[in-house]
Ligand binder design. Sequence first.
Ligand SMILES: C[S@@+](CC[C@H](N)C(=O)[O-])C[C@H]1O[C@@H](n2cnc3c(N)ncnc32)[C@H](O)[C@@H]1O
Length: 353
Amino acid sequence: MTDTDKPQTYFKTKLGSMVLGDALDVMAKWKASSIDLIVTSPPFGLVRKKDYGNKAANEYVEWFKQFGEEFKRVLKDDGSLVIDIGGSWIPGQPTRSLYHFKLLIMLCDELGFNLAQEFYWWNPSKLPTPAEWVNIRRVRVKDAVNCVWWLSPTPWPKASNRRILQPYSPSMRVLLKNGYQAKKRPSGHDISTKFSIDNGAAIPPNLLAVANTESNSYYLRYCKEQGLKPHPARFPAEVPEFFIRMLSDKSDKVLDPFAGSCVTGEVCERLKRKWTCVELVEEYLQGAKGRFMNGQVTKVKNGEGKDKDPVEDSSNYYRIPRTGILWNGQDEGSLVEDGGQARPSKTKSDEES
Ligand SMILES: C[S@@+](CC[C@H](N)C(=O)[O-])C[C@H]1O[C@@H](n2cnc3c(N)ncnc32)[C@H](O)[C@@H]1O
């Protein structure tokens, strides 16, 4: 891996460019209020450092502040900053770091960003880690969501949820078909008949369900052909795409300051946004070039069969069991009173799960 001192343009398309260098140096050269959207997944504050220079959780907020100041300066008043950030565990004990919440509070309280909305990206394919707390001592559950902070310099970033609608749920489709009797809910909410107007699609919640399971993309094949190591912490295209669609228009300027393999650039290219992706490590940009080399960028895959209607195709849906399905009739046993401090001796069912 090669780090550079002075930023240099590494690769260009008509709409965008990859820059090799430090995002702080790149932004320092830019005019104030010149960017419409920043969407990024920074290095997370990790307990065990990964090989792309993550900061330890306790130094994280100070490190990030300098970037936050530049983000605020270069963003337009109606622009947005979207940060995908994973949580982490305190070393040696089954408790969570607060670093990503501290980051959010610093960005709002010290730098003056507004929290437009918090999102959660649920990755249904996430493995149960840390194994020690989740699989062995069984005192915590699988951590399968990242926080995504949507921030804005003013309370009024441009946005439209019409751009990111989802199919109605099966129960809502039944309700739309059979009609709805307007009445007060037990919560006191007055649900009017407007609720049963078919708008063609549903407004999504602030939970994005996207499995991070890319295994056969053009990017991966390109890396393999070129003998390059794929970036180890890529986000799936749907995550930046959701926000790029909702928060920017065609020809708007989008920045990913911690670009990694340039997923953001690829999505922007496809959606006709101007883009800049900045990355410190040359090897990651070598692989990222592959996203743009074949003249066509990869589309989000909907379903397996080309002929299938994506709404009807069940492979486009994740199923999550309703909490409580298995609760009845189970022998609870007793909780371990030390909260899991002592390692249990292995039981057969632990080994199987
Ligand atoms: C979580 S990864 C981003 C992955 C990316 N979203 C993707 O899907 O490929 C964070 C990246 O930020 C890069 N990075 C860290 N500090 C940086 C800096 N000061 N300027 C530019 N890039 C930086 C790291 O090298 C790493 O590749």
